[in-house]
Every structure is written in C-alpha cells, then in structure tokens.
Design a protein around this ligand. Structure first.
Ligand code: PLP
Length: 389
C-alpha cells in the first residue's frame, strides 16, 4: 500500500463495525473469570486490564505509528518529554555514558544536563554531523547516542546512517527525535537508527489540541520499556488523546505537503529581506547540509528559522507585531506559529550553552501552517518592515 493510503486507512472496530473506533473511556476492564485475569497479568492473554497498562485506542495508535515508522513496536506516552525521558531512563543505568548532540530541544537538553546526571550517568554534548565526527567521543561506556535531525531550532542535519554504523560497531544505541519531519518525511529506522521518539503534540496531531509522545523501536526494546517504565512511572496517554491522534494522522500527508510548499516560498522571500541576516531552511540552495538532506529526507519540512539583524530587541518587536501568525511555542499546527527561542523555548538553556549551539539572540523560529501563503507573507512583511523603521 502506498504511504499516503496507509495514513488514511483505518481498521474497522471489531465491536459494532463502526468506521471510526469509539473512544474507550474506561479506567479498567472486566475479566470474565479469575483464570482470564490471571492470564492477562501473566502476559498470556492479549486482553486489556487497566488503562495505565493499555487501552484499545492507545493500542490502535501504537500499531499505526509502528507501521508508519517501520518499527516493530511503539509505546505511547502522555507527552513528548515523557516519551524521551521514559525511553532514556528505561535504557540507562549508573555508570553509562551518553553522547547527546549540542543542538537539542530545550527541555531535552535540561533533562540530560541535570536529571540524568543525578543518577550517576555521564553525558557529553557534542556537535557531530557524521559517524566519523562522533567516533572520537565514544568510550567503552557509551550506551546511547541521542540527537535530532533536523535539530531544534537551527535545523542542522546529522547523517543518520553514518552515525548508526559507528554506534552499531561500538555497541551503542542510537535515538533520534523525529518530531520536526514526522514519519511522512523521514524514517530513521530505515537508516539503521535503533529508536525513534516523537512529540506527537506537533505534526502527528496537527491541530494543537493535545500533548502526547511516542517511542518506536524493536520489540526487544519496547516490551521491557512497557513493563518497567510505563507501568511503574505511569505517564500513559489518555484514550481520548490517542483517538484524536489517530484522526490527526489520517491527514498528515496533506497537511505536510501544503505546509512544506508554503515554507519553501516563504524561506526564499525571507532570505532576500533586508532585515534578515540569515535563513535556515533545508529547502534553500544556501542550506549548509544539502548533501545530508538528499540521503534521508523526503522533503525539507515546514520549519524555518531566521536571524534578525537587530538581535534580541528586534526579535521581541517582531513577536509583538505579527497578527495572522500566532505568537506561541509548539509547532506542526495547521496554523502558522512564531516564537523567539532566546526569550522563550531556549531561555532555560544557559546563555553560554546557547551560544555554543549557535543560537543567537535574533533567532526566530517559524512553524509554517496551511493558510494561504500570501496572507502569511503579508503579515510577516508588515511586521518586519515595522521592525526595521
Ligand atoms: C515539542 C518537542 C518535544 C517535547 O514534546 P512535548 O509533547 O511538548 O512534551 C521534544 N522534542 C522536540 C523536537 C519538540 O519539538
């Protein structure tokens, strides 16, 4: 089946044959007798027990996303951060070493630089692009290589296959946060990556109405994570949110295609604007990592970052001038969202670390939606012109 058809296709609900699954708003499930209850807890019967441990809507979502990411299994969490932290805590133990990319989502960076270290796990932040650049930083204790590609918010790329090859040779697991492109535009597992994490809050949902997270990997990795991390830590996705995600996923390709088309036009115009110093967008000829893009991405995506000549103050001014673009963090919504990392998402990151990762004070992050592209441009141009007065 073609990928687009896979996205749209739904499984008929076995109960009454409803086209779209009902929402199983229940905390617990009834056992017909003690033997069935015992079998379920022993893992000998597939049936449900309690919604923290599994629910039909959550299972439907997990099966769908495992298929879309070409993984064996998927585990849903109550947020992207729950998926990322749950995944790392499930795999790591005291004495392990983690290599994380310097360019990371703010909260992921905070978790790796503070919480993880409390458990006797050593973390190195390294700005690698290839396996070759990564290799010198690996030690016998390196258990996990963690990165985003494209990264947040500079959109720099990492060559997944070359990193996966080096990590495999040395016995480390690779984890990629694939939030920025969604499974429609990139599938890390096909490049040899072991684990894919998503903030489902973004493109998979597409409509800004929920918070959710997903981990996709082999059964060997997911099964213990389901038992240990999900069962005991309890960051379970709610049935209603799982249901909404299943609906959101059905239009992923259409939303992505339009957002990406808009982003291409806007990035080209932004690059020529006098108030702008630099535009980061994988679809531009000037983009630094074009050669990596061709190896692993089906398109440039719809996230644009640009640097204002006027720095921090002008970033704030732009945020206060836009009208159609919504001033909000998050991304991947059908509506265009704009934010200023230095004063918002990355304010949590020490300035020194921020600069090391190349995040200047004038950097603006822009998640392009599916509105009419001329309307978005008009809004931006108006706001940029005001700024440069
Ligand atoms: C939003 C985001 C997260 C965190 O996800 P939540 O659903 O907000 O917890 C992690 N990584 C990236 C790249 C994100 O954009």
């Amino acid at each position: 089946m073609n990928y687009s058809s896979k996205l749209v296709n739904v499984k008929k609900d076995p109960g009454h044959g409803s086209h779209i699954s009902p929402v199983y708003m229940t905390s617990t499930f009834v056992f017909d007798n003690a033997e069935i209850g015992a079998k379920r807890f022993a893992g000998e019967d597939e049936g449900f027990m309690y919604s923290r441990l599994g629910n039909p809507n959550v299972r439907e979502l997990e099966e769908k996303v495992a298929e879309l990411e070409f993984g064996e299994a998927c585990l849903a969490f109550s947020s992207g951060m729950a998926a990322i932290t749950g995944c790392l805590l499930g795999i790591l133990q005291a004495g392990d070493h983690v290599i994380a990319h310097t360019d990371l989502y703010g909260a992921t960076h905070a978790f790796l630089s503070t919480t993880v270290k409390k458990f006797g796990i050593d973390v190195s932040f390294v700005p690698f692009k290839t396996g070759e650049e990564l290799e010198p930083f690996m030690t016998a204790k390196t258990k996990v290589i963690y990165f985003e590609t494209p990264s947040n918010p500079k959109l720099s790329l990492v060559d997944m296959k070359s990193v996966a090859d080096v990590a495999k040779q040395k016995g480390a697991l690779t984890i990629v946060d694939n939030t920025f492109l969604s499974p429609y535009l990139q599938n890390p597992i096909l490049c040899g990556i072991d684990i894919v994490v998503h903030s489902a809050t973004k493109y998979l949902s597409g409509h800004g109405y929920l918070i959710g997270g997903l981990v996709v990997a082999s059964k060997e990795i997911i099964n213990p994570m389901r038992k240990e991390v999900q069962k005991t830590m309890g960051a379970t996705l709610a049935p209603m949110d799982a249901w909404l995600l299943c609906q959101g996923i059905r239009t992923l390709h259409v939303r992505m295609d339009r957002s990406q088309e808009n982003a291409q036009i806007l990035a080209e115009r932004l690059e020529k604007h006098k108030a702008i110093d630099r535009v980061y967008f994988p679809g531009l000829a000037s983009f630094q990592d074009r050669s990596i893009m061709g190896k692993q991405m089906k398109g440039p995506g719809a996230m644009i970052s640009f640097v204002l000549k006027g720095g921090y103050e002008q970033g704030v001014k732009l945020m206060n001038s836009v009208k159609l673009c919504t001033l909000a963090v998050s991304l991947g919504d059908v509506g265009t969202l704009i934010q200023h990392p230095a004063s918002m998402t990355h304010a949590i990151m020490p300035k020194e670390e921020r600069e090391k990762a190349g995040l200047s004070d004038g950097l603006v992050r822009f998640s392009v939606g599916i509105e009419d592209v001329e309307d978005i441009w008009q809004d931006l141009e108006m706001a940029l012109d005001q700024k440069s007065e």
